[in-house]
Design a protein around this ligand. Sequence first.
Ligand code: NAD
Ligand code: AKB
Length: 316
Amino acid sequence: MERILVIGAAGQIGSELVMALRKIHGNGNVYATDLKQGPKELLESGPFMLLDVMDDKRLIHFVIRHKITQIYHLAAVLSGNAEKLPLQAWEINMQSLLNILDLAREVDDLKKIFWPSSIAVFGTTTPRYNTPQLTITEPNTVYGISKVAGERWCQYFFDKFGVDVRSIRYPGLISHKTEAGGGTTDYAVEIFYEAIKNQKYECFLKKDASLPMMFMDDAIKATLNLMESPLENLSIHSSYNVGGISFNPDDISKEIKKHIPEFEITYKPDFRQAIAETWPASIDDSLAQKEWGCKTEFELPELTEAMLKGVREKFA
Ligand code: NAD
Ligand code: AKB
């Protein structure tokens, strides 16, 4: 029986991942934790505690007391917010991962860790289209630097100490349950809220800023698939490329217009456009497909329908 700790559970991914994990492992076996209070669904369906991942003493106490066997470490400062406070973001993103990797080395019960990386590990020197698994990773943002360093630490703890840590370089994730947490791809979530509320959206990226994206259902499935795969099937112990779909603000606004003909998009690029320009437009995830069956089901039309339905239900 697994006993799972999710750190950063109140965020965009955590709020959905916790519910998926509770379905598989039982409500009482999935401990959701965050610095801030979680959404109602999380609080009512199983244990939720306030926990600061930077507090390594409380963290170790928690893991031992609850006999935790797996940790999903989702707490981080995302790309847009990280550029505003680079050193603070570096400290949170790096130290929290190191606290957890070191814990996994020391605590026998703790067998598996999930830590997400990002397409932010790539930079302007990376091939922009169909970006390969193994390629140049020279990120231009503090967030990207922390993700590359994190990937190297994961590989190091696997090689030196046998820590089973698994990771995905998520593309921009799109969901309607919890708002996006301060990243560059957030426009692709905000646009749906504004389309329904005001039938218009002012986009902080340019019309043609193509980026890899993924609907949350596909991201959760990918995460669970990777975590359930036998270790011997996995050749990557830093982080796997996962492709999703690629589109730009113009593509998504045209798709929304099919459902809301009066919808209008305008463009006022800010500092996040410069970040988007350093990231790939599309990703090659053939290795993830081959080794653990990574598969994207939601293309842009299905994603748009699901988002409009989800946001409408939220407002209702
Ligand atoms: P988010 O910002 O929505 O959620 C992160 C959560 O971590 C927040 O609820 C926050 O309160 C919590 N947190 C922050 N500091 C903490 C601390 N010291 N202790 C405990 N909790 C703390 O982020 P997300 O979108 O859910 O992303 C989760 C992870 O996935 C991050 O590592 C992020 O870099 C990665 N990722 C996300 C995306 C995406 O599009 N959402 C894409 C690529 C990678
Ligand atoms: C961000 O935009 O910072 C995240 C990511 C792609 O890592 N959504």
